[in-house]
Design a binder for this molecule. Structure first.
Ligand code: TYD
Length: 408
């Protein structure tokens, strides 16, 4: 019997389609001597029979994931910095129609987007529960409230600052299971012609690319145009635009407005038709996805074991949150991957969650190139390839596992 749960969007019946097993928190990089026991949960995803929303079967308490030591920095990639500057500039040009505009960001991390808004002299507020990254944003001149965004917080912001012209959120909205409270807050805080714009990994891309590593504790929902449209409708809003983005391995930027306030773009209809055609959430599609995930696990383990038997070295590139799912699901530890290089200071000197592979700075990788580099930050491939040309010149080869295992 398939496991079921209640949909966090519409209370419909969610039926599980994939179980990725016992997993640690994806961003809980450990100090080598830490006496703390590791937290594990069951990572599984289901889809709702009514609204079709794909969602985790088990929720991890938010305070375990987002806290003072949350290590992820949104500005850790040159491409992402340019991306956020670009969308901030566009929103400043197109959405600031009120006299004294106000922009709110949910999950403002290190201020990568809001610093452009701050530099333009526009009123803004980032809401960010992870204290360490919030401090980095404040140091950039960004106004931040250290909190989880929810209805009560939204109402306090409304009372203090008035309505928002834009509420923005990147790689955060999908992290929030208690979405009803958040949507009530957004609905209250948003001005009559305001927009709620959010970017998150697209379920259609996850299925197409077998990028099952997008599934981890922090990613609670896996959106489609259809499920987001239904979610918007249930909260008195409307999905009025979608834009497919290349970031983070394939995302959609969704724009919501108050119901009836704006006309929905053609792109919304087209994407919904495309999702119908692909039967994105049909049992057959999901069963194929699970088969593909299992094939990646078999092929990746076989490749790494062959390399080890030849006595050659493999180093991981990018201690991503995503990699926790792949490494733990496949059972890849320091016996197969010597260490993982990562540019984030807060991850260096620590061990990967669950699999305990050491994380070191990129200089260690560059000072003695391995025979193979396992591209764990595959969503930043272009940027990394451009920066690491010397590795290939030295005879090094890249191992990829999205959309399938390949060595080049
Ligand atoms: P990312 O894929 O953005 O997200 P997630 O952790 O949510 O899966 O993480 C990229 C990681 O890779 C981050 O820890 C920074 C690191 N990184 C490098 O070490 N070098 C690089 O050139 C880039 C682009 C990222």
């Amino acid at each position: 019997m398939a496991r079921t749960s209640e949909c966090r969007i519409c209370s419909g019946l969610v039926t599980e389609f994939i179980d990725l097993g016992r997993q640690p928190l994806a961003d809980a990089f450990r100090l080598p001597q830490s006496p703390e026991p590791e937290f594990f949960y069951r990572l599984a995803v289901g889809t709702c029979a009514d609204c079709q929303m794909a969602q985790l079967m088990e929720e991890v308490p938010r305070e375990r994931m987002f806290h003072e030591d949350y290590p992820y920095l949104s500005s850790g990639s040159t491409v992402m910095r340019a991306h956020f500057e670009g969308i901030a500039t566009r929103l400043l040009e197109t959405e600031m129609s009120s006299d004294d505009p106000f922009v709110v960001e949910i999950g403002s991390n290190d201020g990568v987007l809001l610093k452009t808004v701050a530099a333009a002299g526009v009123r803004h507020l980032g809401v960010e529960p992870s204290g360490g990254v919030a401090d980095l944003a404040a140091a950039e001149g960004v106004s931040v409230r250290k909190d989880f965004f929810e209805e009560s917080v939204a109402r306090e912001i409304l009372a203090e600052h008035g309505h928002a012209d834009v509420i923005f959120s990147a790689n955060t909205f999908s992290h929030i299971p208690y979405v009803d409270s958040v949507l009530r807050g957004i609905k209250a805080l948003l001005g009559p012609d305001g927009v709620f714009v959010f970017e998150d990994p697209y379920f259609g891309d996850i299925v197409e690319r077998t990028s099952f590593d997008q599934i981890y504790d922090e990613h609670f929902f896996f959106f489609t145009a259809r499920s987001v449209a239904r979610m918007a409708e249930l909260s008195g809003m409307e999905l009025v635009d979608v834009e497919h983005l290349p970031t983070h391995g394939g995302e959609i930027r969704y724009t919501l407005a108050h119901a009836g306030a704006r006309e929905a773009s053609e792109a919304v209809k087209l994407l919904m038709v495309e999702e119908e055609r692909r039967e994105l959430t049909s049992p057959a599609t999901l069963a194929r996805f699970v088969e593909n995930v299992e094939r990646v696990r078999t092929d990746l383990l076989a490749e790494l074991r062959r390399i080890k038997e030849r006595g050659e070295r493999v180093v991981g590139y990018g201690a991503t949150a995503k990699s926790a799912t792949v490494l733990n699901f496949c059972g890849i530890g320091p016996d197969l991957v010597e260490f993982i290089c990562d540019s984030t200071p807060a991850k260096q000197g620590r061990l990967t969650p669950g699999t305990h592979i050491p994380v070191r700075g990129p200089e260690e990788y560059r000072s003695a190139y391995p025979d193979y580099a396992l591209l764990l930050a595959w969503n930043h491939a272009e940027e990394i390839m451009a920066k690491e040309t010397e590795f290939q010149k030295a005879g090094g080869r890249w191992i990829r596992y999205v959309p399938e295992v390949s060595v080049s």
